[in-house]
Design a protein around this ligand. Sequence first.
Ligand code: COI
Length: 356
Amino acid sequence: YGTNNAQAVRVDSPLSVPSDTVDIDWDTIGFGLVNTDYMYTSKCALGGSFSKGELVPFGNIEINPSAGVLNYGQGLFEGLKAYRTEDGNILLFRPEENATRMTMGAERMCMPAPSIDQFVQAVKATVLANERWIPPPGKGSLYIRPLLIGSGSVLGLAPAPEYTFLIYVSPVGNYFKEGLSPINLIIETEMHRATPGGTGGVKTIGNYAAVLKAQGAAKARGYSDVLYLDSVHKNYLEEVSSCNIFVVKGNTISTPDIKGTILPGITRKSIIDVARDQGFQVEERAVTVDELLDADEVFCTGTAVVVSPVGSITYLGKRVTYGSDGVGLVSQKLYSTLTSLQMGLTDDKMGWTVKL
Ligand code: COI
C-alpha cells in the first residue's frame, strides 16, 4: 500500500498548506467529491497499534488485489463536518463521538481501531491542512470522511493482517438535490437494510452497498430515497439509506430505538437532546408504519443530510403528505437550533463544538 509519488509529511511537521483561494461556486455546491490538498494515513498490523500517521497529497492509493477490504468487505467509514464561523474560527462537531463509533464498529468487524485521541488529532490535522477548502460561513461545510480498512492481503477468509486508517475531506453543500425543501420517501417492502444480529448498527461499508438497488429503483421513479422496515415484522421503521428518521405527533417526537439494526447517528443523538431541551417529549422505541402515516411531521437526520424534512411517504402505492408543501415547524426549529450551534452562531451550551 502506498500513495502515488506522494511526498509524505509528518502530521507534526510544518506543512506547506496552499493558501490561494479555490475556484468553487459556493452557491451551487452539492454533495459530490471535490479533490482537496491532503489526506491522512496511518497503518497498523493486526494485533499492533497504529503508526503516528502522516499527511500526504490527496490522490489514489495502491492496494493489493487480495486486501481484506476488497475481498471480504472488512471496512468502516465515518462522516463529520467542519464549519467556518463568521469570526474566523473553524468548528468541528462532536468528533469524539465519531471516534467512539469507529471503535465500536471496529470491534464488530474484527479490526483494530485508532485511539480516540489519534482519531481526533488526525481529523484536526487533516482539516487544517485543507483549510482553504472549508466553505465560507453559511455556504456549506467541509465533510470529513475517515476510513478504516483491512488493507493487508488475505485469501482464505480471515481478518486482514494489516489495517489502514485514512481521512480525506471534501467541501459540501446540501445532500439531497431538493436542497432544504422536503424530500419524498418510499417505503421498501421487499428488501431490507439489516437483520437482527447483523451489522446494521455499525458503519460498515457493506451496509451502504446493500441499499443501492432499492435506492436506485426509487430514484428512477422520482423519489428522493428509500425508508426501510424491520426484517422480522416488516412493520417497524428502521432508517433511510443514509440517515435516521423521526416522527412528530403533537408534542411527542418518536424515533426507532438503537437495537443493533439501525445506525446510532450522532445527529440523531444530538437532535434528541436538543428536542428534549426545547420541551418536546422524545421517545426512542419501536415506531410503526401506521404511526408514521398518521404523523404531523416527519424528518430525517444525519451528518450529511443534517435535518431534512420529509414532504411525503409512499407505502404500498398510497402517498401520504405532510404539511402544506412547506417545512414543518418542528423540523424547522430543530434544524435552526442545531445548525446555529454547529456554525457557531449561538452559544454552545451543550459543549459539542470543538474549535481548531
Ligand atoms: C453521513 O451522513 O455522514 C453518512 O455517512 C451517510 C453517507 C451515506 C453520506
